[in-house]
Design a protein around this ligand. Structure first.
Ligand code: UDX
Ligand code: ADP
Length: 456
């Protein structure tokens, strides 16, 4: 049985995953190491550096008992029996494959560091989303091992979604573990199965070979993102023809073969995974001489871009073809509700396009204002940041709702309307509000894939 477990990378994946493992395995010492000392200090103080419902309680339950965060990555590698690698793998921004391939520099540094500092047989578990066949590359790095060193590489892709990370980890649809089809590979898989089996029913723990596990992660995210792009594509037709996307989504979602989830039309998907993983898949297809397959998946990302452009184009058109000098309040900047994460948030591109039209933008968000500041504060004086949505809308020509925070459904829109310029425009980019009610108040209402309600 594994008694000491290390996770390298204390981010959105590593932190919550290890906190849940520590909670269910009180007899296993769980250490999370990161090179970012501020992050480590925040975790170790019991105040996680990321916002995730329920996370703080889970961390505090094990902190000081069998969960600890540290900046001393190298020392901890020497002590660990099982090492999860959960470092960031963003899309490359330079050189070959820029904009598509994964940037593996953090991952490779970690692999080399494990090679140099491991002092006992180690099971290395890939947790970061990586291009298929990365485990093979890792194994090649480990081939340079010193005498007495032994490495077994597993792939254990993470399927948690931000905002529901703790419930996803507590009761996952499935846990997937990929390993080598050898006796040593099987033994390593069994060790990891034993950890998850403490709280996940056995039938939900799936095993596969490493390549299948790696590809499953990319495929799962590609399928999910494809559903969002599909419903958004239909929403564009609805806006042109007078159909209502909510009726269409309900009608198709009641077919059990299609299912009702992930059919919410909106301003497009964001987050650190969907676009990155699809671009990874596209790159993989191109590398393997499958250009038609590459184009198929690439279209999911293209449509997502188009959805954001379409949203701004509609704003410009209905606001008399000019946004110059107009104040626009953005309700929400996080890529989805219940997270402070702004990575690839649709709000970024929408805000950039509004600024290009010389609008004045006031951003509000319950958790992501700091993230928004990091993206925009230095670039222009036409962006303001405001924690109170009523103040953000004060004197605005338009409100654009971009994140599905429950808070925005509960606001007093009469009060908001009273403080806005006339005519007052409301663009509901997440179909969160009742257009009829807003129209009755006096707003011109434009929701995604729904008929316009123009008053004045
Ligand atoms: C996703 C996967 O769901 C998760 O399994 C994987 O491990 C990581 O990537 P995440 O990015 O946290 O998780 O959020 P998710 O809930 O999947 O939403 C992604 C984006 O799609 C968000 O911007 C969300 O607003 C958008 N979305 C989702 C829609 O626009 N409509 C929908 O119906 C569903
Ligand atoms: P994810 O969403 O995949 O968890 P994050 O960016 O939130 O990604 O977290 C990745 C973490 O990995 C960051 O906190 C970063 O500091 C850490 N990291 C990157 N490279 C290393 C490394 N070589 N050693 C330890 N931690 C690392």
């Amino acid at each position: 049985m594994i008694k000491r477990l290390l996770c390298i990378g204390a981010g959105y994946v590593g932190g919550p995953t290890m906190a849940v493992i520590a909670q269910h395995c009180p007899d296993v010492e769980v250490v999370v190491a990161d090179i970012n000392h501020d992050r480590v200090a925040a975790w170790q103080s019991g105040r996680p550096p990321i916002f995730e419902p329920g996370l703080e309680e889970v961390v505090r339950r094990s902190l000081g008992r069998n969960l600890r965060f540290t900046g001393d990555v190298e020392h901890e590698i020497g002590e660990a029996e099982m090492i999860f690698v959960s470092v960031n793998t963003p899309t490359k921004t330079f050189g070959q494959g820029a904009g598509r391939a994964a940037d593996l520099q953090y991952w490779e540094k970690t692999a080399r560091s494990i090679l140099h500092h491991a002092r006992r047989p180690v099971i290395v578990v890939e947790k970061s989303t990586l291009p298929v066949r990365t485990a093979e590359a890792m194994e090649r790095i480990f081939k340079n091992r010193r005498q007495g060193q032994r490495f077994e590489v597993l792939s254990n892709p993470e399927f948690l979604a931000e905002g529901t990370a703790i419930t996803d980890l507590e009761s996952p649809d499935r846990v997937l573990i990929g390993g080598a089809e050898t006796p040593a590979g099987q033994a390593a898989i069994d060790e990891l199965v034993d950890i998850y089996a403490r709280w996940v029913p056995r039938e939900r723990i799936l095993t596969a070979n490493v390549w299948s596990a790696e590809l499953s992660k990319l495929a799962a995210n590609a399928f999910l993102a494809q559903r969002v792009s599909s419903i958004n594509a239909i929403s564009a037709i609805c806006e042109q023809t007078g159909a209502d996307i909510l009726s269409v989504a309900t009608a198709i979602g009641t077919d059990r073969r299609i299912g009702s989830q992930f059919l919410r039309a909106g301003v497009g998907f964001g987050g650190s995974c969907f676009q990155k993983d699809i671009l990874n898949l596209v790159y993989l297809c191109e590398q393997h001489g499958l250009p038609e397959v590459a184009r198929y998946w690439e279209a999911v990302v293209t449509l997502n871009q188009h959805q954001k452009e379409r949203f701004v184009r509609r704003m410009i058109r209905v606001m008399f073809n000019t946004l110059a000098g107009k104040r626009i309040a953005l309700f929400g900047f996080a890529f989805k509700a219940n997270t402070g994460d702004t990575r690839e948030s649709p709000a970024i591109q929408i805000c950039q396009e509004l600024l290009a039209e010389q609008a004045h933008v006031c951003i509000t968000d319950p958790q992501a204002l700091e993230g928004a500041r990091q993206v925009f504060s230095a670039s222009t004086d036409r962006v303001a940041f405001e924690s109170d949505p009523y103040k953000a809308a004060d004197g605005a020509h338009a409100v654009a709702l971009l994140t599905d925070w429950a808070e925005y459904r509960a606001l007093d829109y009469r009060r908001i309307y009273a403080a806005m310029e006339r005519p007052a425009f409301l663009f509901d980019g997440r179909n969160q509000l009742d257009p009829e009610e807003l129209y009755q108040i006096g707003f011109n209402v434009y929701a995604i894939g729904r008929p316009d309600r123009t008053s004045l």
